[in-house]
Design a protein around this ligand. Structure first.
Ligand code: THU
Length: 130
């Protein structure tokens, strides 16, 4: 699948978000090696810190369906600029998805693609636990 199409799916996934407190809608579309897509939207609760980002919803949905190999994730928000993943999501994605491509899309339908390792250099990981 082309990354432009994946970014469109991330934009559509904003509709599945539930952000009653921030009103900041985020959508994510995670592409597997087998070309399947898992969508996610951010979900907030009244205890704010229990919120989960769109990216982690998509990753956990995919994992719970048995997926283990991934190519890319696209992230869309309502902000005018590109929405980079938060630090917690960077760690989760590196651990569970590897060094995938991160495709951000802004409200002019422009995309910016970075490797996850560019966003999370010198990471903590499984090697440190040995
Ligand atoms: N959020 C995401 O879903 N993904 C990001 O990459 C950044 C932030 C959500 C969390 C919270 O529901 C709202 O955006 C505001 O921080």
């Amino acid at each position: 699948m082309e990354y432009k199409k994946l970014a469109e799916l991330a934009t559509g996934a904003k509709l599945s978000s539930h952000p009653p407190y921030s009103n900041f809608h985020v959508g994510a579309a995670l592409l597997t090696e087998g070309d399947k897509v898992y969508l996610g939207g951010n979900i907030e609760t009244s205890s704010y810190s229990l919120t989960i980002c769109a990216e982690r919803v998509a990753v956990f949905k995919a994992y719970s369906e048995g997926e283990r190999k991934f190519k890319a994730i696209s992230i869309a928000s309502d902000a005018p600029g590109f929405c980079p993943p938060c630090g917690a999501c960077r760690q989760v994605m590196l651990d569970l998805c590897g060094d995938i491509d991160i495709i951000m899309i802004n409200n002019k339908n422009e995309t910016k693609t970075l490797k996850l390792s560019e966003l999370l250099p010198y990471p903590f990981g499984a090697n440190e636990l040995q």
